[in-house]
Design a protein around this ligand. Structure first.
Ligand code: NAD
Ligand code: LMR
Length: 357
């Protein structure tokens, strides 16, 4: 074999420096920072941060947000493995510039200037656990992250995925109130997976394409607090009592179905990333000023006597600009609503007390 020329040696050295960047993690002057700067001339759009970006939801969510043409800058923050996920995602030839941030000391840099912050940070369920069993660990994680948001991007829209959503949203609200930055329109608990599941299961029963089906799901995001309004399905249709009971239970237990199938390896991640991106995209379209952007979310609400409730909201330039009433409920749904409100009231109070006491 011919010996390699000096020129070839130099080229190989250059390539290998790219593959093993000395300072991939971040910071001023790092390889990643410089390459981000080069890409800055790219598409205009919104700045989005994902907190918990290296997790089961975070990774596919990061990938899908990198593909979203409304995103110009994507910040990926986690307490582990953020540089690896960032390096990987940053090679996708889409418009958004990706930067990674590792650990608490980089949280503020991750959040500064963001328009939308999506939070899937925290531990997931194992078989036999309820979402409320996650409170002990996830409540503290959400508090810390929201303190960062209050300080660095108080005007950002927040999409909160971490469970138990029925308590973590009130926790976030209390943190923002304490910091004097609370805007109820900008804090949205993500319940879009319930809608995605409801559309899928209802379409199966009706023999339709799920993309043609729209099921409002109201209440909250745990067990009986998940209340699908099957009487309001579009296209208009009717169900037998047996179908109603089957569908309601399957939608309410959708998360548990995945937790059990995964046998200890976590909860829904891929369908959640899909649902989170659908919802984040709706928020960004609202921010852009598109008309008629409507989605279900768990928000500050006057629809019931509870301070938070999931229902359809209209998303606009300032967040959830309108919270829609529930519309007419049938007897089965009215009974479901009573049960949902009872459990929700306790979960909301638990979140509020975590910060106030
Ligand atoms: N709202 C919903 O519909 C819905 C659906 C599915 C899962 N979830 C919830 O989302 C959360 C994440 O689920 P997952 O499967 O991605 O879990 P995971 O364990 O795979 O990932 C969680 C990530 O969060 C990171 N993390 C932990 N502490 C952090 C901190 N202080 N700051 C930043 N990142 C931190 C972890 O390092 C990890 O990468 C869970 O609480 C789960 O119950 C909610
Ligand atoms: O069920 C879980 O624990 C995760 C999530 O809330 C879900 O609905 O899939």
């Amino acid at each position: 074999m011919q010996p390699l020329s000096a020129e070839v040696h130099q080229r190989i050295a250059r390539i290998s420096a790219h593959l093993n960047p000395p300072n991939l993690q971040m910071g001023e002057g790092s390889v990643l920072e410089r390459s981000s700067c080069r890409a800055k001339g790219g598409a205009p759009g919104f700045k989005v941060a994902i907190l918990g970006a290296a997790g089961g939801i975070g990774q596919p969510l990061a990938m899908l947000m990198k593909m979203n043409p409304l995103v110009s800058v994507l910040h990926l923050y986690d307490v582990v493995n953020a540089p690896g996920v960032t390096a990987d995602i940053s090679h996708m030839d889409t418009g958004a510039v990706v930067r990674g941030f590792l650990g608490q000391s980089e949280l503020e840099a991750a959040l500064t200037g963001m328009d939308l912050v999506i939070i899937p940070a925290g531990i997931p369920r194992k078989p036999g656990m309820t979402r409320d069993d996650l409170f002990k660990i996830n409540a503290g994680i959400v508090r810390t992250l929201c303190e960062g948001i209050a300080k660095c991007c108080p005007n950002a829209i927040v999409n909160l995925i971490s469970n138990p959503v029925n308590s973590t949203v009130p926790i976030a609200a209390e943190v923002f109130k304490k910091a004097g930055t609370y805007d109820p329109k900008k804090l949205l608990g993500v319940t879009s997976l319930d809608v995605v599941r409801a559309n899928t299961f209802v379409a199966e029963v009706l023999g339709l394409d799920p993309r043609e089906v729209d099921v409002p799901v109201v209440g909250g995001h745990a067990g009986v607090t998940i209340l699908p309004l099957l009487s309001q399905v579009k296209p208009p249709c009717s169900f037998t009592q047996e179908e109603t009971e089957y569908l309601t239970k399957r939608i309410q237990d959708g998360g548990t179905e995945v937790v059990e199938a995964k046998k200890g390896a976590g909860s829904a991640t891929l369908s959640m990333a899909y649902a989170a991106v659908k919802f984040a995209d709706a928020c960004l379209k609202g921010l852009r000023g598109d008309a008629g952007v409507v989605a279900c979310a768990f928000v500050a609400s006057q629809v019931t006597e509870l301070p938070f409730f999931a229902s359809k909201v209209r998303l606009g330039r300032t967040g959830a600009e309108e919270v829609y009433q529930l519309g007419p409920l049938n007897e089965y749904e009215r009974i479901g609503l009573v049960k949902a409100k009872k459990e929700l009231a306790e979960s909301i109070q638990k979140g509020v007390s975590f910060i106030r006491n």
